[in-house]
Design a protein around this ligand. Structure first.
Ligand code: NDP
Ligand code: MG
Length: 383
């Protein structure tokens, strides 16, 4: 690589944040960590600060600032006190690329801020794309997808986008691929948190179990790559080795494969348009039998939710994302059952959602409005 990139990681204490730091650890000559942020995990944030010595850090829970100060052993890192100061830093010359790795809707505000300031975003936070795809698509030349399937499509289409006929996102099928739907009522949190292939944060792990993750990813792909919804397919591939397939007009298809480890797409996004060592090796196709089959849309209605939402409106995507986030949060608090995640989402489709949304403030406002209505729906299902 030609020069050193100055990086900020939003959500450095999460699964993507830690994988990003692992890639940076392998490439100290190429990447400079300028800023690390977290919500409340003071212990991990302090460890990361002590190792990477970023120029700045920010913790969302400001009541934890003093605790963080006590744990930092270097005096090179400045603690940013306000969101405004963080916004100023992210928009400044000090940062080249921002890794958007906060979870759920919490990533929307800052991801938008970075994009409108013409900075490069390495986007893991798919929910912000689902919520604000209509606005973010204007900035897509500055977005490098990190989500493995989208990173894979991004690698495959390269300069041949005009010749693509359709794309296929693969899906592991999650832990309940083989479980009959009659057994779904007995699913516990522990069962849902055991993803067969990927090690990830809690929200996305539950999304993988309900296959709402694939629903969000279809919408993410729609906005990132501008294909028609019907040209974005899903194929169940339980081994998670092939991450996407791109079918071209001439009948030729390309796929990208690697072991299921996020360091690989993250290293691609960090080094783009070059490549660098990710810390992982190439996958040997002789290692496993790779299998593929069609998704069971009856058992997992989530995939159909995505196509319906895209055919209906951006507001439909927004309300669905909010309903899913609230339902998952309440499932994880043992307040609703696994099946009721689907029911909360289905009921949320009855919320009138024809508000005109033209900017990020209107998205944030409407999202709040939908959430208050979804919380009422939730009462119907709470134990
Ligand atoms: P984690 O839950 O592991 O990490 C989330 C990070 O965001 C943590 O650093 C957390 O801080 C921070 N955070 C959470 N809420 C807030 C908030 N309100 N304000 C500020 N910071 C906050 O999530 P993942 O790393 O698994 O996922 C991150 C994003 O990447 C998600 O959108 C997910 O869908 C996407 N993604 C993840 C993949 C994966 O393999 N994990 C793969 C593809 C996409 P703290 O630790 O202090 O709570
Ligand atoms: Mg993915």
């Amino acid at each position: 690589m030609n020069s050193k990139k100055n990086i900020a990681i939003l959500g450095s204490t999460g699964s993507i944040g830690k994988s990003t730091l692992e890639v940076v650890r392998k490439n100290p000559e190429y990447f400079n960590i300028i800023c690390l942020t977290a919500n409340k995990n003071v212990i991990d944030l302090a460890k990361q600060i002590n190792e990477f010595k970023p120029k700045y850090t920010y913790i969302d829970s400001t009541n934890l600032l003093d605790d963080l100060k006590l744990k930092i052993t270097n005096n090179k890192t400045k603690l940013i006190g306000t969101t405004k100061d963080l916004c100023d830093l992210l928009a400044s010359y000090e940062i080249d690329s921002v890794v958007s790795a906060m979870s759920g809707s919490s990533g929307l505000f800052l991801t938008n801020h970075v994009l409108i300031n013409n900075k490069q975003v390495l986007l893991a936070n798919k929910e912000s794309m689902v919520m604000a795809g209509q606005i973010f698509k204007k900035f897509k030349q500055n977005i490098i997808p990190v989500d493995s399937e989208h990173n894979s499509v991004f690698q495959l289409i390269d300069r041949s986008v005009d010749y693509v006929s359709n794309i296929v996102l693969t899906a592991s099928g999650g832990p309940f691929r083989k479980l009959p739907s009659s057994e779904f009522k007995n699913i516990t949190i522990d069962m849902a948190l055991k993803h067969p292939n990927w090690s990830m944060g809690e929200k996305i792990t539950i999304d993988s179990a309900t296959m709402m993750n694939k629903c969000l990813e279809i919408i993410e792909a729609f906005y990132l790559f501008d294909f028609k919804p019907e040209d974005i397919g899903v194929l169940i591939h339980p081994e998670s080795i092939i991450h996407s397939i791109v079918n071209f007009l001439d009948g030729s298809s390309l796929c990208q494969f690697s072991e299921p480890n996020m360091q690989i797409p993250i290293s691609y996004a960090l080094a783009y348009p070059q490549r660098t060592y990710s810390g992982r090796s190439s996958y040997n196709l002789a290692d496993k039998n790779l299998t593929f089959h069609k998704p069971d849309l009856k058992k997992f209605p989530s995939i159909s939710f995505a196509y319906n939402a895209l055919k209906t409106s951006a507001n439909h995507c927004l309300v669905m994302n909010a309903a899913n986030e609230i339902a998952v949060e309440n499932f994880l608090k043992q307040k609703i059952s696994f099946i009721d995640i689907f029911n909360v989402i289905l009921d949320s489709f009855n919320i009138p959602n024809n508000e005109v949304i033209e900017n990020i403030d209107e998205i944030l406002y409407t999202d709040e409005l939908y959430r208050s209505k979804i919380n009422k729906i939730l009462n119907k299902y709470t134990f």
